[in-house]
Design a protein around this ligand. Structure first.
Ligand code: ADP
Ligand code: MG
Length: 727
């Protein structure tokens, strides 16, 4: 051990305390470099001294450290080689048996003996029905932990064991004076939180269970505050750049549009419409998320906002996630607007504007025309995909950006969209993916949220059924019969496959490919290019079939969608290119093949493509996964409820949190270790309140160095530098 310096603090490089070999390993394997990094590397769990790890609870695929008793060891000869290896059978003294194999047992065979209790680490796998640890590492217990009541088990890596990490942590804690606490004393008092030094000691070296629970509930605040302060600072920055106000213009396009709307707006559409009208009239840039379940009627809400901006002589851009959706939006906006979108054309209304579509597939001449219309301001509304609009378009005067159906649209992308001009455009994000409250407060924490709860009247529920072909192979015939029934009744059907086909083996257009383990040995997912011809020749012979996937040239995609829209096709066999936003009210059937290959929210989105008109929809989830598997649980959940909020919550439970919170962070090691979107709703909400107050009192956090440090843990590198530099 090196000098116990009194000036040790969280920024001190580990080399000041820990031996060089360990420092190298901690940096290389766990990306830990400073004292702060290491003390914030919390134990994953604790083993009570004496209590063996419950082997039945170990998950296949996890890297686990278990405290177990050696039952028996066997030395064996390798086939075709002189080397020996040692098989070790472990028990937890209940039901569990675990096997490990050590190669080069020359030294270990004298240490690992029946009756020994020790820590074994490795990746959990199964072989012939028995759990085993691959690449096991072994440590005797007593060397590693003295006589503490709990053994802390750390996230470890191959070549760096939990106990090695623990030793380094203890060395650091031995010499670390109480670090200065980033959380204001007032906050800690109100919330009843331990100070940082004590919490760190207790989370690493608990004496009682209450110690580590208490420590965690304090340390989770550091993360929640980091997130909320980062967001509060962003909100603050966003307001600093003013927007051009676009108030309601009497006698304008918007009023003309409302007069020709074929239906009455729902109460929700009207309410959100009023919110948007107020936001747009302000010089504070609007920053709003409208969330409404599939089919809630978000398009018309967005269009009305766009028209208010156009009435002020400015432009609006509508960004769609796919070319298919962009083309469809352009079509449906034009048809909703009718003569109001025909500026300069015969029959165009007097105050009419134009809707331009910017699509990758346009001919060079058409693209040039669209770009010119955007530049000159002739196009009041420009529709396109994100990439296209972001890179290529100069607007005459952009007043509003609408982002449709892009629930993975991170904070940074939103910043980029707002551009660098003197005035910021207003921003409206629309999503049908319901967002649990905690996610709304984190990933979308810089946005105001409006919810569009009710669906337009007359919607009929969608009946969803799981078709389990493993148990009931004959049900597949019923699926095709059902497709025929829908078509005979004058309706249309989507059939979705996870993969395009042709030469690719796995790549779908953008399927989420949930990982249920053991995916490798399964057959490749069904592909559009294989399924479609089979159906056309077989069970769906006689129906008019179209094919749609991401690899088709854009004009062909558009032609297929157009034909389906017009009722010239009965069935379209597609990938998830039809996942979001596509709106063909006459489509009533959705058959999803290999449904287990899709994520929860994808399935909900796909199902939302039907039942949009006045006829009831049917959704059939075809899967050969056996009951009880995680994939089937997901399908049963989708079949059991059409409540998007319920499904979103489940999705959050089934998905790793990192996927969700990752959107906040630009590809660096996560500063979030304890904060859970599922479990810390209360902390997130409360820290949001504190963050708003702190930033209002101390813009830029000039007087709160500790809090700036917490923010730096959360945000991406570029922004991080900005916070660290400021003193
Ligand atoms: P989403 O919210 O999923 O984007 P859309 O905007 O595509 O939903 O609307 C779904 C369908 O509902 C469209 O066909 C649209 O014309 C129709 N619609 C929207 N608002 C109403 C309304 N107030 N009354 C009746 N139909 C409506
Ligand atoms: Mg939509």
């Amino acid at each position: 051990m090196k000098t116990a310096s009194r000036t040790l603090n969280l920024d001190t490089p580990l080399l000041a305390v820990v031996g060089k070999k360990s420092v190298t390993a901690l940096a290389a394997k766990l990306d830990l470099h400073t004292v702060g990094d290491l003390v914030r590397h919390y134990p994953r769990r604790y083993v009570k001294r004496g209590a063996l790890t419950d082997i039945a609870e170990l998950q296949v695929g996890e890297y686990a450290t278990v405290l177990a008793r050696v039952v028996k060891t066997t030395l064996r000869k390798m086939r075709n080689r002189p080397d020996e290896y040692m098989q070790v059978e472990l028990t937890d003294d209940h039901r569990g048996t675990l096997r490990c194999t050590f190669f080069h047992p020359e030294r270990l065979q004298w240490v690992i003996v029946p009756g020994l209790r020790a820590l074994f680490s490795g990746e959990v796998s199964t072989f012939n029905g028995t759990k085993q640890l691959t690449h096991p590492q072994f440590e005797a217990v007593e060397d590693s932990e003295g006589v503490r009541p709990f053994i802390s088990i750390y996230p470890a890596a191959h070549g760096l064991t939990s106990a090695q990490v623990g030793r380094c942590v203890r060395q650091v804690l031995d010499v670390l004076d109480d670090p200065s606490d980033p959380l204001p004393a007032e906050l800690r008092r109100t919330e009843g939180l331990a100070d940082l030094g004590r919490a760190l000691r207790r989370i690493h070296l608990p004496e009682t269970e209450a110690d580590f629970f208490g420590a965690r509930s304090r340390l989770v605040w550091d993360e929640a505050m980091g997130v909320q302060l980062a967001l509060a600072l962003r909100r603050q920055r966003a307001v600093q750049r003013p927007a051009a106000p676009s108030p309601h213009v009497p006698g304008g396009l918007l009023e003309a549009f409302d007069a020709r709307l074929p239906y009455t707006l729902t109460a929700g559409q009207r309410r959100i419409g009023e919110e948007l009208a107020v936001d747009l009239a302000s010089t504070a840039p609007m920053n709003r998320l409208v969330q409404g379940d599939v089919g809630a009627g978000k398009t018309v809400v967005a269009l009305r906002a766009m028209l208010q901006v156009v009435d002020n002589g400015r432009q609006a851009a509508l960004l769609a996630p796919t070319e298919v959706l962009a083309a469809q939006h352009a079509r449906s906006l034009r048809s909703l607007l009718g003569p109001l979108a025909q500026a300069g054309e015969l029959g165009g209304a007097e105050q009419a504007t134009r809707v331009s579509l910017l699509s990758g597939s346009l001919s060079a001449a058409a693209k040039k025309k669209a770009l010119l219309e955007a530049q000159s301001g002739e196009a009041g509304i420009v529709v396109g995909t994100h990439a296209l609009i972001q890179d290529r378009v100069g607007f005459a005067e952009l007043g509003l950006v609408v982002v449709d159906e892009q629930h993975r649209f991170g904070v940074e992308q939103r910043d980029a969209l707002r551009g660098r001009g003197e005035q910021a455009p207003h921003l409206l994000v629309m999503t049908a993916t319901p967002i649990p409250r905690t996610v709304a407060m984190t990933v979308y924490g810089d946005l105001e949220v409006s919810a569009l709860r009710e669906l337009p009247g007359g919607r009929l529920p969608i009946a969803t059924t799981v078709v389990p072909t493993a148990e009931k192979p004959t049900w597949l015939q019923r699926v095709w019969a059902r497709v025929h029934e829908e078509v005979r009744a004058g309706h249309q059907v989507y059939i979705v496959c996870p993969r395009v086909g042709g030469d690719d083996k796995t790549a779908a257009d953008d399927a989420e490919q949930p990982d249920d383990g053991g995916g490798d040995e399964r057959r490749p997912p069904l592909a559009v290019l294989d399924v479609a011809p089979g159906l056309a020749e077989g069970p769906l012979k006689g129906l008019r079939l179209g094919v749609l996937h991401g690899r088709l040239p854009a004009e062909e995609k558009d032609a297929v969608m157009r034909a389906f829209d017009a009722g010239e096709l009965d069935v379209v066999v597609a990938t998830t290119v039809i996942e979001v936003g596509v709106d063909v009210p006459n489509a009533t059937g959705m058959v999803i093949l290999d449904a287990d290959r899709f994520g929860l929210s994808q399935l909900h989105q796909l199902r939302g493509r039907v039942g949009r008109g006045s006829a009831p929809g049917v959704c059939l989830l075809v899967s050969d996964m056996p009951p009880g598997t995680p994939a089937r649980v997901r399908l049963d959940a989708v079949a059991a409820t059409t409540d998007g909020f319920e499904l979103a919550r489940l999705d959050l439970e089934l998905r790793r949190e990192g996927d969700v919170l990752g959107a906040l962070q630009a590809g660096r090691r996560s500063g979030l270790r304890l904060l859970s979107l599922l479990h810390h709703e209360e902390v997130i909400a409360r820290s949001r309140g504190y963050a708003a107050e702190l930033v209002a009192d101390d813009p830029g956090l000039a007087h709160h160095a500790g809090l700036r440090g917490l923010v730096a843990e959360i945000v991406g590198d570029e922004e991080r530098a900005a916070y660290l530099d400021k003193v």
